[in-house]
Design a protein around this ligand. Structure first.
Ligand code: M6R
Length: 613
């Protein structure tokens, strides 16, 4: 949930750390800080608020001279966002400085013991026990590496740590367990970071640390150790994508840029896997025998990724005829799921580090189920822990509200569905060929949906309807699953209370909340159910609601007879229609948030990756 960076080199560290943190702000943005090993020892500057406040405080880093340092941008877990709870945290004796991403679960017990030994604490954080624990062992051993090792052995929970020691100038130690951390190899300089964009300006050669790994580095050298403490070699991997992929590139917000990147993200995800009219998923192995033995599929995920799973249920059941259930990862392992060899658990995650989703994956593996992860971040914890992985090639997604990752996750479920249907023979050859051809055309159809006219129309409606306090999204069948995503988008970035209901369910309770001026967004693209949704629109209109209807172009004239406002999308193959339907809803949330003066890319209380349960 937080972002960390570290640097040892020949350049001034502070500006490099600030620059790196600016690329990690999506991970948390309630406070920030840096520590530089300068002429007078470990110098810390930190402050509540956005990174800009730290830039001003440090005068763009000029106030902290030195060529070695660590930095942090925070999403508060233990202790409110405040100056004193901001990282880096110095040990009581000032010998050790630490930045931390993750949670130390046994921090209270450790804190009590340290207090009993006379140690004083300045913050409410779990992280301060780490700096004090390392300082405790350092006082005993006078050996920086040994002190870190002994301290880490006592930590429970998740952590990516960057550590400096006053008496070992020039050296940074980094440790990883269950929180992401990469090492960057430079020329006469080395780096650590929570994510690639933070260091991509300086190096393309990176190594992904595994759980338990430690990196001890200076400007000129690095030694990696595994969880057992043995030295290991890490082969540098070359990052091939450009930093511009993680920059706004002329768009006012990352979210808008990412909405418009969807055709490319879909092309990159789909086209290499569609060859000669067939789905080709070389990266996984789901042999026919194995598939025939599968009795149930679970799709476990959180937030929008879970809503992809809700659509996945319709898609997989229709094409493969295997009972499929979307489950909230945060509930999954506490619900005593019945799993085994005949269960396939599909895990969906953009970041690949969502704590609840990782826990669901581990539970599935523990019970012997097959696990297949759909992940966007290469080398992430979920990608490493699953039996098989299919990557979405959405590129870096920076806006907290997901758009292109959601779309690519859905596209991978389409691929998987067609791949499995072919193996199982659950679709006629002709239907399969038609669907495969339609899937190949999907990126272009998404591009056709993102026309300036349509987006301007959505913006116009958003500017007219932005002031509603309560919004209901209603739809039937796959449209009801799309409503879940449309509603979440509006909540998270525009701070509008909104609910998503299967349209037929409204009269069983929630219709009592409809009154004059309530906005109802009705998604009505499933042709067979269109009339029924129109009836539901009439019911809410009779009670005073304003209705914005999203439908396909062929049904627009009918929808206009009933709804107040109509937005259309092209009609395409029904299996893939949800991929077009979500686009106006993403844009509607974006423009509603803008009209309400919200910080679109960094909504309050949220962070991009949620590594706490
Ligand atoms: O990284 P993940 O896909 O595992 O994240 C899951 C959710 O936290 C995420 O989809 C969240 O709901 C988004 N902010 C929604 O826009």
């Amino acid at each position: 949930m937080c972002g960390i960076v570290g640097y040892a080199g020949h350049q001034e560290a502070a500006p490099i750390l600030l620059d790196g943190l600016s690329k990690l702000e999506y991970r948390g943005y309630d406070s920030a800080g840096i520590c530089v090993q300068g002429p007078w020892g470990l110098e810390v500057m930190k402050t509540k608020g956005r990174l800009q406040a730290l830039r001003e405080l440090t005068r763009e880093g000029a106030k902290l001279p030195g060529v070695v340092g660590i930095g942090h941008t925070r999403w508060a877990t233990h202790g409110a966002p405040s100056d004193r709870n901001s990282h880096p945290h110095l040990s009581d004796d000032g010998a050790i400085a630490v930045v931390h991403n993750g949670i130390i679960e046994n921090y209270l017990e450790l804190k009590e013991r340290l207090i009993a030994r006379g140690c004083r604490f300045q913050s409410d954080t779990d992280t301060e026990v780490v700096s004090n624990l390392i300082a405790h062992y350092y006082a005993k051993t006078r050996d920086f590496l040994e002190a870190v090792r002994q301290a880490v052995r006592r930590l429970e929970g998740s952590f990516a740590l960057g550590i400096l020691c006053r008496e070992n100038p020039g050296t940074v130690i980094a440790v990883k367990k269950d929180s992401p951390l990469i090492f960057g190899f430079g020329q006469g300089e080395n780096f650590i970071a929570s994510d690639v964009p933070a260091i991509l300006k300086y190096t393309r050669k990176v190594a992904y640390l595994d759980d338990g790994d430690m990196a001890v580095f200076t400007a000129h050298a690095v030694t990696f150790y595994n969880a057992l403490g043995d030295p290991i070699k890490k082969k540098p991997e070359t990052i091939t994508w450009e930093l511009s992929a993680a920059e706004r590139g002329g768009f006012p917000h990352f979210m808008l840029k990412e909405i418009f990147e969807q055709p490319k993200a879909l092309r990159d995800t789909l086209h290499p896997r569609l060859q000669e009219g067939q789905v080709c998923l070389d990266e996984i192995s789901l042999p026919e025998d194995y598939l025939r033995g599968i009795r149930r599929i679970y799709i476990a995920a959180c937030g929008s990724a879970y809503y992809v799973g809700c659509l996945g249920k319709y898609i997989l059941e229709k094409t493969c005829r295997i009972p499929t259930e979307a489950v909230l990862a945060s509930e999954f392992r506490y619900a005593s799921p019945v799993l085994g060899k005949d269960t396939l658990v599909i895990i969906v995650s953009q970041s690949g580090e969502t704590a609840d989703t990782l826990a669901a994956l581990r539970e599935a593996r523990r019970q012997g189920a097959g696990t297949l992860a759909i992940v966007n971040v290469v080398g992430s914890a979920i990608a490493k822990a699953a039996d098989q992985v299919i990557y979405t090639w959405a590129g870096p997604e920076i806006a907290v509200a997901t758009t292109k990752a959601y779309s690519t996750q859905l596209s991978v479920l389409y691929l998987l569905a067609l791949h499995m249907a072919r193996a199982l023979g659950t679709m006629e050859e002709e239907a399969l060929s038609q669907a495969t051809a339609a899937l190949e055309a999907l990126p272009d159809q998404v591009a056709d949906t993102l026309t300036p006219e349509r987006i301007a129309q959505v913006q116009h409606y958003a500017s007219a309807l932005f002031d509603n306090h309560d919004v209901f999204f209603i739809g039937r069948n796959v449209d009801s699953a799309t409503c879940l995503e449309g509603s979440l988008k509006l909540k998270e970035i525009a701070y509008v209370h909104s609910e998503a209901y299967a349209a037929g369910e409204l009269k069983h309770g929630p219709i009592s909340l409809i009154e004059r001026g309530t906005l109802v967004v009705a998604v009505a693209t499933v042709a067979e159910l269109f009339d029924k949704t129109m009836s539901n629109i009439k019911e809410v209109k009779a009670r005073g609601a304003d209705v914005l209807c999203l439908t396909t172009q062929d049904l627009a004239a009918e929808a206009e007879k009933t709804a107040d406002f109509v937005i259309t999308v092209p009609r395409i193959h029904p299996l893939f229609q949800p991929s077009l339907n979500v686009i106006p809803l993403q844009a509607f949330s974006y423009y509603t948030a803008l009209a309400r003066g919200c910080d679109v890319d960094k909504p309050r209380n949220l962070a991009k990756s949620v590594t706490v349960e």
